[in-house]
Design a protein around this ligand. Structure first.
Ligand SMILES: NC(=O)c1ccc[n+]([C@@H]2O[C@H](COP(=O)([O-])OP(=O)(O)OC[C@H]3O[C@@H](n4cnc5c(N)ncnc54)[C@H](O)[C@@H]3O)[C@@H](O)[C@H]2O)c1
Length: 279
């Protein structure tokens, strides 16, 4: 029996670990080949979250090969359009086509209110989490159009792309911007049967969320809060009684949007949020 994205090729940024790796694995389980990009290096202003490494990206590649699917990897910064373009073009040469773009790479930094956010934190945030998404799509779209059989573009936003949280206004601004990109690309590309949607996760169990900085933000009352301390506070964000979801929960939404099951779904901000938007 064929998989849900059998024969498709998906280009995924931020694929060395976390949600990007999970998306690559989930799509490969359902028959896709993968072009996986990641910077695999620190972003200068990000001092709390340990960076992904080349070994992480190699591990993603091993996981995909273990599923008998093909994968092309490259170490690329989404802020570098020329490098993105070269990598995706080389990936398409190797794998023969492109059907899906998942613009997932992103960072967290800072933790200050907007009036105290440094210019460096602001600039990195906008450059990676907003401009990087635009550049990723811009690099991949010519291959979708020339392929002539439509395509699906999925932009990773956040619940923070639909409502605000304190102490991360630059992230909120970037993720709201991603919704604007999603809607504009959806309007412009619909004529080619290219669909564009965004996913809006609540807290996800990856290094971007599960780190000492986030734990301290959730529990400023404690000296050295751990995951269990954070869970008590994080659960208050949700209707369902959980503090966070797993990367696979987001991957299942990405899989639906990547597959032909969603062939007439475009312009949709799809939440995977345990009911956070109801609060
Ligand atoms: N974890 C959460 O709670 C959460 C919630 C909502 C949305 N998100 C979003 O989900 C996406 C994936 O994050 P994650 O949770 O998997 O975190 P993560 O830190 O585990 O993974 C992010 C990946 O993106 C890569 N990356 C960062 N900057 C890059 C750049 N300039 N160029 C190329 N690659 C780069 C990193 O190296 C890393 O491998 C991000 O856009 C994030 O904002 C995360």
């Amino acid at each position: 029996m064929g998989g849900r994205v059998e024969g498709k090729v998906a280009f995924i940024t931020g694929a060395a670990r976390g949600q990007g790796r999970s998306h690559a694995v989930r799509l490969a389980q359902e028959g896709a080949d993968i072009i996986a990009l990641d910077v695999c290096a620190p972003i200068s202003s990000n001092t709390v979250i340990p960076p992904a490494t080349p070994d992480d990206l190699a591990e993603t590649a091993d996981l995909i090969k273990g599923l008998d699917r093909r994968i092309v990897t490259a170490q690329v910064d989404v802020r570098d359009f020329d490098a993105l373009k070269a990598a995706v073009t080389s990936g398409v040469e190797h794998l023969g086509r492109l059907d899906v773009i998942v613009a997932n790479a992103g960072i967290g930094n800072g933790g200050a209110t907007l009036d105290k956010t440094s210019e460096a934190d602001w600039q990195d945030m906008i450059d990676v989490n907003l401009s990087g998404v635009w550049k990723t799509v811009k690099a991949g779209v010519p291959h979708l159009i020339s392929g002539g059989s439509g395509g699906s573009i999925i932009l990773t936003s956040s619940v923070g792309g639909l409502k605000a949280y304190p102490h991360t206004g630059h992230y909120i601004a970037a993720k709201h911007g991603v919704v604007g990109l999603m809607r504009s690309f959806a309007l412009e590309l619909g004529q080619h049967f290219i669909r564009v949607n965004s996913v809006h996760p609540t807290n996800v169990n990856t290094p971007l969320f599960m780190n000492s900085g986030t734990m301290k933000l959730f529990r400023p009352d404690l000296e050295n809060p751990g995951p269990d301390d954070m869970a008590v506070a994080a659960q208050l964000m949700h209707v369902l009684p959980i503090g966070w979801v797993e990367p696979e929960d987001i991957s299942n939404a990405v899989l639906f949007l990547a597959s032909d099951e969603s062939r007439y779904v475009t312009g949709l901000p799809l939440t995977v949020d345990a009911g956070s938007m109801l609060k």
